[in-house]
Design a protein around this ligand. Structure first.
Ligand code: AP5
Ligand code: MG
Ligand code: ZN
Length: 216
């Protein structure tokens, strides 16, 4: 199964992607997580991405597209993958399709976590993420078992640098201007699946599973 999960910042993409990846045994590929890992390791890719991310802007298409194409060409993606946070522009969506088409391949579904903006600020400012494995928590809605520590790997959990209010507002604007128009591209192809992202974490997951199970 080759799937994309998309939605505005803080919609719950990363949270759901971890569960989907586990249940359907497909690798979870988050461009945001890959960039953050590179920034913390101070690689060349990290240096190039850092200022864009800190300002809530998109990393340029050429950097992002080649990163994803390299990743999905690896052998663990042969039978499927789950892309989280990519594509984010129509240009990226077309580039992904063209890459897949070379191998007579295509996306099976694009899951859209839909929710009004009023939910988002609360989710983002309460979010804490693991510095090692990227797991995402929320101080109110999804707290870790031990305060300040990741349930999965025990590392420290911290607030993301781009989760401060002004940067969140910038990211929301970028989503409206650059990502929202891409929905129509997938809608026309009939593979866009709308999920109500205002539900609880478990109910959102159940809704996604219902959609995916009806496809196989
Ligand atoms: P990225 O890391 O992808 O950030 P994003 O799209 O802004 O989304 P988030 O990760 O902030 O939110 P999420 O939807 O994963 O929500 P989460 O599950 O954590 O990208 C960051 C940056 O990288 C971009 O700004 C850009 O600069 C760059 N970038 C990445 N991809 C790019 C691309 N393709 N092109 C160019 N640039 C790119 O949940 C949020 C919080 O809510 C958590 O605390 C969680 O516990 C809680 N929560 C989740 N679900 C629920 C629920 N149902 N009820 C209550 N709380 C919930
Ligand atoms: Mg995320
Ligand atoms: Zn962890």
């Amino acid at each position: 199964m080759k799937i994309v999960i998309m939605g505005p910042p803080g919609a719950g993409k990363g949270t759901q992607a971890k569960s989907i990846s586990h249940k359907y045994s497909i690798p979870h590929i988050s461009t945001g997580d890959i960039f953050r890992k590179n920034i913390s390791e101070k690689t060349e890719l990290g240096n190039r991405a850092k200022s864009y991310m800190d300002n809530g802007e998109l990393v340029p298409d050429d950097i992002t597209i080649s990163l994803v194409v390299d990743r999905i060409t690896q052998s663990d993606c042969k039978d499927g993958f789950l892309l989280d946070g990519f594509p984010r522009t129509t240009f990226q969506a077309v580039a992904l399709d063209e890459h897949l088409k070379k191998n007579e391949d295509y996306l099976d579904a694009v899951i859209l976590l839909d929710l009004p903006k009023k939910f988002i600020l609360d989710r983002m400012t309460g979010r804490r993420v693991c510095t090692t494995c990227g797991a995402s928590y929320h101080i109110k809605y999804n707290p870790p078992r031990v305060a300040g520590k990741c349930d999965v790997c025990g590392s420290a959990i911290i607030q993301r640098k781009d989760d401060i209010e002004d940067t969140v507002k910038e990211r929301l604007e970028v989503y409206d201007l650059q990502t929202q128009p891409m929905l129509e591209y997938y809608n026309k192809r009939g593979i866009l699946k709308n999920i109500d992202g205002t539900q609880s974490i478990d109910s959102v997951f159940q809704s996604i599973c219902n959609v995916l199970n009806s496809m196989v």
